[in-house]
Design a protein around this ligand. Structure first.
Ligand code: UGA
Length: 448
């Protein structure tokens, strides 16, 4: 792999799912990297080569580069000190999270603003601050003004906006080999620095698009809105299929052969969750309203409600299958918002589990990686150590996150421990014929 310029030193601020991945990948690309976080526990854990969350392949990459690891390059370390970061870096990537504001649709920019305020007084030489967090359009302008006003005189600190498109569970691959690189820049120097830091993927042929700030910010929210719309489109078709007696899986397959439509993100089921798509479309709608073009994005409200309806539909299907929910023993397979992740933010699976429990069901959850996070967020649910343990005595099994492990379950083995053989497949991936052959009532979403 081509090595990054030894001259450039990279700081990554905020080392959660996005930042920790970016930091480790920058080290992999050959740069000296310092990750910064206000969470001292997270910093200590990362410095010891321990990843505080699950992301396939990232643990190995961390160990390969974190200082002190056996045979490691030592190019990667972490700190809680902005002063140290200011002394260290030439490029400062802002990777803090921008969650949904409590009780509102808009994004909460508190972490981003706090990071900028903490960093800027230490920028005393020419450098580039690069925003990666997902933000409402117009934020970069505001951050640039703040840097100009608060950086020490003569620092020549400049801003660029370089949105991140990585998917959790494919984060390393998506960072090292992205589909495209988008750079909102205001000078040739900023563009040159970003081209230098991304020299390896650019040499592989990854398209690099230099734009203004607003376009760069909008590309990100537009991409996530399109993906969410695609999922809600097929889920709206699933609603049609359910009432018309059709099969959304076959419908989706037939659509996918049209290259203009394509088959990706056309998988009907329980819908989307996670720390990104749901809050990003809401923040986009809120921002459009502020800019006086709310009507342009009203369709995203519908995208959101189609998605939320999938969750209540699953609860309804449970009731249809077993009658009253009070006292019903339910096994829930899956807690993370998607497979190969321990992230439970806005998880459809846990939302459904929580709704059932609040309506009186006795719910036991199993997930291969997200148990600790789920337990903290949903303490009223019961948790099991295996799918079999979760299913013991259950009158209903719900398959809500499509981990490969669940596809491989033996319907006969599970059938031997449940009280009644009813399974609802919220992800449309289990082998219906095999489950039915083992005596189960198998139902899924969008298929009669
Ligand atoms: C999403 C985008 O895909 C990334 O490009 C973006 O960078 C990221 O948000 C972000 O803004 O940081 P991610 O949240 O990791 O990535 O997850 P996705 O793979 O997009 O899946 C989102 C949800 O949609 C999951 O709950 C998944 O189960 C669901 N989904 C996905 C469906 O219900 N149907 C599909 O066909 C595809």
């Amino acid at each position: 792999m081509q090595r990054g310029s030894a001259r450039l030193k990279v700081v990554v601020i905020g080392v959660g799912y996005l930042g920790a991945t970016h930091a480790a990948c920058m080290a992999e690309l050959g740069f000296e990297v310092l990750g910064v976080d206000v969470d001292a526990e997270k910093v200590a854990s990362l410095n010891q080569g321990r990843l505080p969350f699950y992301e396939p392949g990232l643990d190995t990459l961390l160990l390969q580069h974190v200082e002190g690891g056996e045979g490691s390059t030592g190019r990667l370390k972490f700190t809680a000190s902005y002063e140290e970061a200011g002394r260290f870096g030439d490029l400062f990537f802002l990777c803090v999270n921008t969650p949904q504001l409590a009780g509102e649709f808009s994004a909460d920019l508190r972490h981003l603003d706090a990071a900028v305020e903490a960093l800027v007084p230490h920028l005393d030489r020419p450098c580039l601050v690069v925003g990666k967090s997902t933000v409402p359009v117009g934020t970069a302008d505001r951050v640039a003004e703040r840097i100009a006003a608060a950086a020490p005189a003569g620092a020549a600190a400049e801003l660029a906006w370089n949105p991140e498109f990585l998917r959790e569970s494919f984060a390393v691959q998506d960072t090292l080999h992205p589909d495209r690189l988008v750079a909102g820049v205001r000078s040739e120097r900023a563009e040159r620095l970003l081209r230098e830091v991304y020299a390896t993927p650019i040499a592989e042929g990854v398209p690099f698009l230099a734009t203004d700030f607003a376009t760069a910010e909008l590309v990100k929210t537009a991409a996530n809105s399109f993906l969410a719309t695609k999922i809600s489109f097929i889920n709206a078709m699933a609603e049609m299929c359910e009432s018309a007696g059709a099969d959304v899986v076959r419908l989706s397959e037939a659509l996918s052969y049209d290259e203009r439509i394509g088959g990706k993100f056309l998988h009907a089921g329980l819908g989307f969750g996670g720390g990104c798509l749901p809050k990003d479309i809401r923040a986009f709608v809120a921002r459009a309203g502020e800019l006086g073009v709310g009507q342009a994005l009203t369709f995203l409200r519908e995208v959101d409600s189609i998605n939320t309806r999938r969750r209540s539909r699953m609860v309804e299907m449970a009731r249809e299958q077993c009658g009253a929910l009070r006292g019903l023993r339910v096994a829930v397979l899956g807690a993370s918002f998607k497979p190969d992740s321990d992230d439970i933010r806005d998880s459809p699976a846990l939302d459904v589990a929580g709704q059932l429990q609040r309506q009186g069901a006795q719910v036991t959850v199993y997930d291969p990686k997200a148990m600790d996070n789920a337990r903290k967020a949903y303490p009223a649910l019961d948790y099991a150590r295996s799918p079999l343990e979760a299913a013991e005595g259950a009158r209903l099994v719900l398959h809500l996150t499509e981990w490969a492990q669940f596809r491989e379950l033996d319907p006969a083995e599970l059938g031997a421990v449940v009280a009644e053989r009813h399974i609802l497949d919220g992800r449309n991936v289990l082998d219906a014929a095999a489950w039915r052959a083992a005596g189960w009532t198998y139902r899924s979403m969008g298929r009669s």
